[in-house]
Design a protein around this ligand. Sequence first.
Ligand SMILES: C[S@@+](CC[C@H](N)C(=O)[O-])C[C@H]1O[C@@H](n2cnc3c(N)ncnc32)[C@H](O)[C@@H]1O
Length: 271
Amino acid sequence: MPCSDVDLSFLRQFIQERSGNVLGPERDNLFEARLFPVWQGRGMGGLEELVQKLRSASDPAFEQAVVDAMTINETSFFRDHAPFDLIREKLLPELIRSREKERRLRLWSAACSSGQEAYSLAMLIRESFPQIGDWKIEIIGTDIHAAMISRARTGRYERMEINRGLPAGYLLKYFQRDGEEWQVVPELRDMCHFEQLNLTHISPFFNQFDGILLRNVLFYFSAITQSRILRCLRTSIRSDGFLILGPSERAEVPDAWQSFLQGNVCYYRPL
Ligand SMILES: C[S@@+](CC[C@H](N)C(=O)[O-])C[C@H]1O[C@@H](n2cnc3c(N)ncnc32)[C@H](O)[C@@H]1O
């Protein structure tokens, strides 16, 4: 039996409350497709029963499974290329000059999905900046999706994922083959730390970062949530740090972030 409008509206509201992700009614068909494994895996009779359980009992693991299933985890190594070129050619060389005394860098891949963005940063640093080989480099990857964070921690990728965006030379240099999968070498895994974090629940001063990548996630949130997250990030970045969003996203908080355009990539500095 198809889900009622009341149930669909409940699901929309539930997802928005838990993850900030706004799903319009035009995307209601996603619930059937994405929540199928959740209700089927728990022996339920359908989406209606799933909604009934969400309404009636507090079960954090089940609720998290529903939220996770509704996230879009699309990602790839060196996604969009141009932002990584900008980081390599301009943003990191500047930061490295100004951190010569501290000899440490801390970068944040916020909404990192299965970790490709964080490992891309690690590869970029090892490949292009051998002079900071003995610095303390921390790349923190966070995402709301618990299973994505577990996967990111293992650094294991399937052939299809490896074939997306990773230069062949990097595969040979920074991965070890293990059966049908490839695993990021321990040296790069040691640079990256992954934590589950809901961006709608972050508090200011989460950490002091030199650079933040918040790419291809902001557009899932309402304007109010976007601006709250961007203000929180403003308090988490050092004064000469940078923020990069996805190609179709903008930081519309002019008192917190100033935008700069380099080539066709927009990046932000804190005000
Ligand atoms: C499309 S992926 C983008 C991954 C990566 N940043 C990239 O550009 O390739 C969006 C990610 O945002 C995460 N996400 C959605 N809502 C979130 C929230 N409230 N807090 C943290 N992560 C969230 C999803 O789990 C998903 O992994």
